[in-house]
Design a protein around this ligand. Structure first.
Ligand code: KG4
Ligand code: ZN
Length: 339
């Protein structure tokens, strides 16, 4: 069990990724072939373009992951692959490749939930004290989850409309900054005044742990229309003010969960966890409640295959894995939820 070797594959959206995890667990390689430039001219991910690009990139990406890990296919014990949530045709490329390799090598293929994997990006650090609360913020999802132990989750709240990453991406589009928007907004915000525009913080005072970002998006749209022409100072102020509003809501809801569920650890996951303001405020929150804060390195925040391999590694230690391994006929689940 401890010397096992896992080849992990992730193709849920626009990154073709492969990684090798070995016992302990150790990340031996983590290769990401990004399609971001390919989609930038469309202002968002185009599913057909993504799937076609996965098809050409998947084998070279796996080859590179094996080479970097100084291992070969015949030494792999398990294959882990993202089952969902994500784009149907993108997921299919990963699953078909994983199944073909699994059949050829006669080794098991473990289907992994992409959101659960964002949780496991935190498990590069191994001393995690449960219970933990994790804020998962990505392009498609925003949720607060209580993690009671490995594979034991309770969803505390989620977005009722747009995800936090979508709010970043759509604001970037309105400001003519291109795709993906989060990193652009974050860069521009560094020279902006976060108090320049008083944008709404939707649901910040609601009694539950749910989020909403579509009202904020509309408020930004009206402001952009009202301002008519945007110079760099205005764009920077808009970026800083929107980022401040999004981060205020995310931190406030996490704090509420900390007060109610009294976790020992708080963790971050998903692409938006790469945001430097969110990372700073998250650390401060943990400090003020004397909690352990785990914030993954940038390469483990955005989509990657190491997190898929880590989720599989910990799953292999539970009964859940044995049940799942028995299901050789698993298929694509574009709307898979965390249970
Ligand atoms: O987890 P991820 O790589 O893919 C999904 O599963 O959706 O997340 C992508 C999202 C995009 O919305 C992107 O704009 C956002 O993460 N993002 C950021 C930053 N880097 C990536 N948002 C804010 N600040 C960043 N630095
Ligand atoms: Zn993701």
């Amino acid at each position: 069990m401890y010397n096992l070797s896992i080849l992990a594959i992730e193709t849920s959206c626009d990154e073709t990724a492969a990684a090798v995890i070995e016992g302990d667990p150790r990340i031996k390689s983590n290769i990401i072939a990004s399609q971001a430039k390919l989609h930038a001219r469309y202002g968002g991910v185009v599913p057909e373009v993504a799937a076609r690009s996965h098809i050409t990139a998947i084998i070279p990406t796996i080859d590179l992951a094996l080479k970097k890990a100084k291992t070969k296919l015949s030494d792999i014990d398990y294959i882990a692959v993202t089952q969902g949530p994500g784009l149907m045709t993108s997921l299919m490329v990963g699953i078909d490749t994983a199944k073909a390799l699994g059949a050829a090598l006669n080794i098991p293929v473990i289907p992994i939930n992409h959101l659960e994997a964002h949780i496991y990006a935190n498990f590069v650090e191994q001393n995690i004290k449960f219970p933990a609360v994790i804020l998962i913020v990505s392009g498609g999802h925003t949720l607060l989850v209580e993690v009671k132990g490995h594979g034991k989750y309770r969803i505390l709240g989620e977005t009722v409309d747009d995800a936090a990453g979508e709010a970043f991406d759509k604001t970037a589009k309105m400001l003519g900054l291109g795709y993906p928007g989060g990193p652009m907004i974050s860069k521009l915000a560094k020279n902006g005044n976060p108090a320049a525009f008083d944008f709404p913080r939707p649901m910040i005072n609601s009694s539950n742990f749910n989020f909403s970002f579509s009202g904020l998006k509309t408020a930004v749209l009206y402001k952009v229309q009202q301002l008519k022409s945007l110079n760099l100072i205005l764009k920077s102020n808009l970026a800083a003010s929107v980022q401040q509003a999004i981060v205020d809501v995310l931190i406030s809801k996490t704090e509420k969960a900390v007060k109610q569920y009294k976790p020992k650890t708080i963790m971050l996951g998903g692409g938006v966890a790469a945001n430097s303001l969110l990372r700073q405020r998250f650390s401060l929150l943990a400090k003020s409640y004397k909690l352990n804060a785990i914030i993954p390195k940038l390469e483990y925040c955005t989509d990657n295959a190491a997190m898929i391999g880590l989720a599989a590694y910990y799953r292999l230690k539970t009964k859940k894995a044995i049940r799942q391994l028995a299901d050789k006929n698993f298929g694509v689940e574009p709307n898979l939820k965390i249970k």
